[in-house]
Design a protein around this ligand. Structure first.
Ligand SMILES: [Zn+2]
Length: 240
């Protein structure tokens, strides 16, 4: 028996070695989980997007380059670029893991419509609340999404306007509800995001008007908006 074997056969050393290797393995697992979570969790956002006359300077240039949502707007040197601001909203929708709850007065923007379609294809649960007149306007994407199976509700039996312009992505209460329905205890990492401001989801709103739109990962604000969405969702249920 060499010195290493004598050393390893010692009961105290063997016990310490087992504990040390177990602890090391546990630490490695925790580190791996943290790494995977950091890779899959979306980055947190806290930004106000302003849409103004400075954002339109490069608009014609982008149009001549191709579709309005072309990724080349990322290279745009105009820091006020309206289309790049719009792309930031599109990206947030593209990163949705579980749910998108949209409460919008007017929705005609094709880029956001396509992003919602991509989310539908990924299996994201989408709900919409909209205005009784604007939902049925000729260019509205709201009815198009409803025809694709997205549930739609609103204060359709009253004359009150549904004038909100907000969207909650992966709100905690909604994700928990979806997890409950799926009988799943362990959701993938997700980050709640609130999109809210004066801007309607229209090209006139994004490119043409003076508007603002806050995008934020603030949990408290996202929860409050999710709560109001859920309250309205129940209130607008048409009883047959
Ligand atoms: Zn630009």
């Amino acid at each position: 028996m060499n010195i290493v074997e004598i050393f390893e056969s010692h009961p105290i050393v063997a016990t310490v070695t087992v504990f040390a290797s177990t602890g090391l393995a546990a630490e490695l697992i925790v580190t791996a989980i943290k790494y995977l979570r950091s890779k899959t969790r979306r980055r947190r956002v806290h930004e106000v997007l302003f849409f103004n006359e400075l954002g339109e300077i490069c608009y014609k240039e982008h149009q001549s380059q191709g579709t309005q949502s072309a990724p080349k707007t990322f290279e745009c040197k105009n820091k006020h670029c309206s289309l790049r601001q719009l792309e930031k909203i599109t990206m947030l929708i593209d990163e949705a893991q579980y749910s998108i709850d949209i409460c919008i007065y007017t929705f005609t923007c094709t880029d956001l419509f396509l992003a919602i379609n991509r989310a539908l294809d990924r299996g994201v649960s989408i709900r919409m609340i909209s205005d009784h007149e604007m939902a049925y306007s000729s260019k509205s994407k709201v009815l198009k999404l409803a025809n694709l199976g997205v549930p739609l509700r609103g204060p359709f039996t009253t004359k009150s306007m549904m004038h909100h312009k907000f969207c909650v992505i992966d709100g905690v209460a909604r994700v928990q509800e979806i997890m409950g329905l799926k009988k799943c205890k362990w959701p993938r990492p997700y980050e709640s995001v609130l999109i809210s401001g004066s801007v309607n989801w229209t090209y006139n709103g994004f490119v043409g008007n003076f508007e603002n739109c806050t995008i934020t990962s603030d949990e408290i604000l996202a929860c409050q908006f999710q709560e109001e969405f859920n309250r309205m969702w129940k209130a607008f249920l048409v009883k047959e």
